[in-house]
Write a protein that binds this ligand. Sequence first.
Ligand code: EPU
Length: 335
Amino acid sequence: MNIQEHISLKEYNTFGMHVYAKRFVSVSSFFALKNILEKEKEVYIISGGSNILLTKDISCLVIHIDIKGISIDKEEENYIYLTVNAGEHWHDFVNWCIAQNYGGLENLSLIPGYVGTAPIQNIGAYGVEVKDAITKVEGIDIKSGKRVSFSNTACNFGYRNSIFKQKLKNKVVITAVSFKLTKTKHVINSSYGAIESELKKKNIVNPSIKDISEAVISIRKSKLPDPKKIGNSGSFFKNPVIAITKYEALQKQFPKIPSYPISENEVKVPAGWLIENIGYKGKNYGTYGVHEKQALVLVNYGDASGKDIYRLAQEIQKEVEKKFGIHLEMEVNIL
Ligand code: EPU
């Protein structure tokens, strides 16, 4: 086991925060990870680093999950069952699925991060959430070093939420995720407005899973900054869910405020709209700011610190609260 000292984590987080790990190790197998967890008292797990904002150096052992591999568990006429190790890059896995003609994840193309982190925040985009395809999540209990396994129901998935973000936060390391995908009769999900217009532009009437993936990639590229070029963690806040009564009251004051139905009594309001309407879209503070094409994304233009971004996020929360009486919950994990 190769524990390195004083390692910059800049390459290990998509915000590109230049903080240091006092001790750092990259693990490539379940048993290497189990071994380390049995010995170490306190650890910080990093995988794709696409949903974290690092505001300080880390003094405990940082473990980078680099466990790779895809295996086929079972095949039926219409379905394939796969188990994918946590260290696989999400988008590479999605591309592999499309090349094999396995359907279900194409709407989730180009999402940064690793397979192992996808269930934590139940990644979602363009009408699909990863929970729709997950059958099982496996991991190690950090304290006991024991193997643990969760069925889809046991994961308690919700909008950008799961048991791994709540009760089991920092308690379990995910090592593998199992999926059920379609081999034939793919369920094409093209109802999201932006996908529809992208397909129309290309004159595609009966889209394949590859067409959907390509449409999603082109929408994402046009709106969201590439973390390899501009540091970011995707949506920084969740879209808030509010009572319809509150929404109707706001509508009187702000007739254009958009909403999506959630239940009989609640609607979801796009946080991007709220942030744009307090005048923060495209705000540039030199080294950091709010993305010019999508106000929900905070960006690091180069040398910003995690504290700069965190301060900006708190300021946005305060201003949105003041103008709309809505609390924006941060979606990104702050350290
Ligand atoms: N909007 C604005 N101004 C903005 C951005 C958005 O007014 O600057 C309003 C518009 O009304 C627009 C609506 O918000 O029609 C929705 O915008 P968009 O389609 O970009 O989606 P979103 O709700 O802002 C969510 C996810 C994204 C995901 C997209 C597409 C969350 C927190 N974010 O964003 O996920 O890609 O839908 O499905 O739910 C991520 O989690 O990192 C992420 C990028």
